[in-house]
Design a protein around this ligand. Structure first.
Ligand code: ZN
Ligand code: ZN
Ligand code: FE
Length: 761
């Protein structure tokens, strides 16, 4: 008997062929296995050939993911042995593996003085190492990666060609004799520096002495300093000029992380997973880290080392100082909102203002990919940023439709390409308003189109004419283009993940998105399916004084909301007087003057603006130093608690408007009697959740719909998300939210692509 078996999915670069080889030997079969650009092709011949497919499914390697397996009986040819054949081009594409953190076997060797790879920063095997970031073309073979310039030494070559070895066809296989090397430079990196082990020692000494190190990580440069050294952290913060945004940190093990943050067993598993994301954790009481690591947030973002190079930085230090480096700040090496830097010349140019020293290496980064950021909530993993370790894993979609492109929104941009039956969501690209990020978008798009061999037949884009992604889409000629309303795309991103066709009750809460009625949307209740949507309700629109600029100045929005609560005049209340006092009476007078001029102050129903107004009134945050800061500080102030809801009202019809002026009045009353900000924050969160749930209940009664979809950046607020979900469950309805892409604008492209695909079908 002879069978031909074609396997698709994540089946290359994950130890698949050695598994096939081993199974064939166990079952006494002859034939061959080879990688093709479509996946893996196998032919097996022998008495037990019929058992092979089931055996393969049962013992597929842990990092593989079989998307399709088709077996057909073919005539026997009388093969004499089982062979692993060279790869073949097959005209279609295979799924590429994401980059994978150093596995336990490799770690053991890394720290074994008797091993030939002792202390080698580029150790890897078929179960771990770089993949997506180094792959230039498929099939995934060494000459198609940035490892091509490194010729295997005889020892590495022997492993590479031995099907019984765990480095069989490990494409980035390397050792100190033949692999990439690290180099350390002080200052801007011009003078020749130390290499190899002395480079690692110099780099960790720099960290120990309070210096800032720019190091070439897996998907780009990172900036590191000792997280327990308040001076170093403050210096880095000053140099990066991002006053409030939390720095990610890296610690060598979960025990160390637990000294700074509380870690549940689920969070521990996530920290140690092969994806190695940054996990947002609650700060532990008495945490000794300086406030400057995360001034705006109650959470701390920690990750464990994801490459041997990171491991060695911690370990070198332990040897050198006899006291372990406990935690490093490990933040993206970039300027403000520019993409992460990936090559040496650019690093020297762009990062020398931040870094006291550089740790370079000569393995090229082809695709930049930033660290992923996740958090656990009620047994699920929620994405804040989806990149290293997760991309380019695909999300299955129904039907078989020609490929399309969703080009995303403006901030936190991602794009989504679809293949016949799956969505391929790009890594976090960033804020497209700057030129470098747009280049990153184009470079990643070109790469994924080539690797996956997809040529989109249509493009979906946001309706906002000012978004760079919209302008780019409209410049593409000879291809169908279709504008999708921002919040419909948010809702559709969840529908795509959950396989829902609708109609659903869609709740999209975020800062802002283009509304077709000329106002800025962002507190939206849609009745939506994949063909259309109706705006059933929204937050009551309020003037955004002076337009978009007010987004950086929550105190201006606070004045706008206070006017609403005062019925058109500014209430003479303590909190309002304090707000005006803090922000100069003349500026406040200006804000009030332009507030009612529709040409200068567009109306907005943005949920983010309401959060910002309350944060400013409560004295928590008058200015955003990064997007969403005031709302984040307000959530932190609530300390995970919900209080008694403030009143709110509902007015109008199609759309109904949720009017929060009584809520603002309640906030002012509480502040008048000197209630602590934490109590106001707890009551406010309860109010928004109650208002959302009451609105969902009304739409449910009117339509009979039972699936409720929650998306938009405001649902990254875990207190709000969980309160709304509880309320929906209490109504007997089903709540769905994003668990495979971020709920923020990083998920927009998936929703766009899903809707466009449905339209073409
Ligand atoms: Zn390994
Ligand atoms: Zn070697
Ligand atoms: Fe949005």
């Amino acid at each position: 008997m002879r069978y031909r078996i074609e396997v698709t999915g994540v089946v290359q670069g994950v130890g698949f062929r050695p598994t096939v080889w081993r199974l064939a030997h166990e079952l006494g079969l002859r034939g061959f296995v080879r990688n093709s650009s479509a996946g893996v092709e196998i032919e097996v011949e022998g008495a037990r050939a019929a058992e092979f497919s089931a055996a393969l499914r049962a013992s597929a390697p842990p990092l593989s993911r079989i998307a399709g397996l088709v077996a057909s009986e073919i005539p026997a040819v009388g093969a004499a042995e089982f062979a692993i054949l060279p790869s073949r081009e097959a005209g279609s594409s295979t799924d590429l593996s994401p980059d994978i953190a150093t596995c336990p076997d490799c770690l053991r060797e890394l720290f074994d003085p008797a091993d030939r790879r002792f202390g080698h920063p580029f150790i890897n095997c078929t179960a771990c190492g770089p993949r997506y970031s180094i792959t230039q073309r498929v099939p995934y073979d060494r000459p198609n990666t940035t490892m091509a310039p490194f010729a295997l030494c005889p020892d590495c070559a022997r492993e590479y060609h031995d099907p019984a070895n765990r480095r069989f066809h490990a494409q980035p296989n390397a050792c100190p004799a033949c692999g990439p090397t690290v180099r350390f430079h002080l200052g801007s990196g011009q003078a020749p520096g130390a290499r190899g082990r002395s480079a690692l020692l110099a780099a960790s000494a720099l960290l120990r002495d309070g210096g800032i190190l720019a190091l070439k990580g897996l998907g780009g440069y990172q900036l590191a300093c000792n997280a327990l050294d308040a001076n170093a952290v403050e210096r880095l913060r000053e140099r990066k000029r991002r006053s409030g945004k939390a720095f990610a940190m890296m610690a060598p093990d979960v025990e160390t992380v637990s000294r700074f943050a509380s870690v549940s067993s689920e969070e521990e598993a996530l920290l140690a997973s092969p994806e190695r994301p940054i996990v947002l954790l609650s700060r532990a009481p008495g945490c000794e880290l300086p406030a400057a690591v995360a001034p705006a947030s109650a959470d701390l973002g920690f990750m464990l080392p994801n490459t041997a190079l990171h491991w060695l930085l911690f370990r070198q230090h332990r040897e050198a100082a006899n006291r372990g480096l406990e935690a490093l700040v490990m933040t993206s090496g970039n300027l403000a909102e520019e993409p992460i830097v990936k090559d040496e010349a650019k690093a020297a140019r762009k990062l020398s203002a931040f870094a006291d020293g550089f740790l370079h290496h000569d393995r090229g980064i082809f695709m930049r990919v930033d660290d992923s950021v996740v958090r656990r909530s009620r047994g699920r993993t929620l994405f804040v940023r989806r990149a290293r370790g997760y991309v380019p894993s695909t999300i299955p979609l129904p039907g078989d439709v020609p490929p399309v492109l969703g080009c995303g929104a403006e901030v936190k941009n991602t794009f989504t390409l679809t293949t016949a039956r799956a969505a391929l969501v790009s890594q976090h690209i960033g804020d497209l308003e700057n030129h470098e990020t747009l280049e990153f978008f184009l470079e990643t798009l070109a790469n994924l189109r080539a690797v996956y061999r997809v040529s989109p037949v249509a493009i979906a884009h946001d309706l906002h004419p000012g978004y760079s992604s919209t302008r780019w889409a409209l410049e593409q000629e000879g291809i169908e283009r279709w504008g999708v309303q921002h919040h419909w795309a948010h809702v559709a991103s969840v529908m795509a993940e959950a396989g829902l066709a609708g109609p659903v009750i869609g709740v999209a809460l975020d800062g802002s998105g283009y509304g077709p009625d000329g106002t800025v949307w962002g507190g939206e209740f849609l009745v939506a399916d994949t063909a259309s949507f109706e705006r059933a309700a929204s937050f009551h629109p309020v003037p955004l004084p002076g337009g978009e600029g007010a987004i950086r100045h929550p105190w201006r929005m606070a004045l706008s909301y206070a006017m609403l609560a005062g019925g058109g005049s500014l209430p003479d209340r303590r909190a309002v007087r304090a707000l005006v006092g803090r922000n100069s009476p003349s500026d406040a007078a200006n804000v009030l003057k332009i507030r009612d001029n529709p040409a200068l102050s567009p109306l907005t129903s943005g949920a983010g603006r309401l959060f910002e107004a309350v944060a400013a009134l409560a004295g928590i945050c008058d200015r955003n130093t990064f997007e969403g800061e005031a709302a984040m500080r307000l959530e932190a102030a609530a300390q995970g608690r919900l209080g008694e809801s403030y009143p709110f009202a509902v007015t109008g019809k199609t759309p109904e408007r949720i009017d929060f002026s009584q809520t603002i009045a309640g906030v002012l009353d509480d502040l008048e009697r000197d209630a602590p900000a934490s109590e106001v924050a707890a009551r406010f969160h309860a109010t928004v959740a109650a208002a959302v749930n009451a609105q969902v209940a009304r739409i449910h009664r009117a339509t009979g719909l039972t699936d409720v979809v929650l998306s938009g950046g405001a649902f990254q607020n875990r207190l709000l998300l969980e309160a709304v979900e509880c309320g929906i469950a209490a109504l007997g309805l089903r709540a769905h939210t994003n668990t495979r892409v971020p709920a923020n604008d990083g998920g927009i492209s998936l929703g766009q692509a899903y809707l466009l695909r449905c339209r073409l079908r």
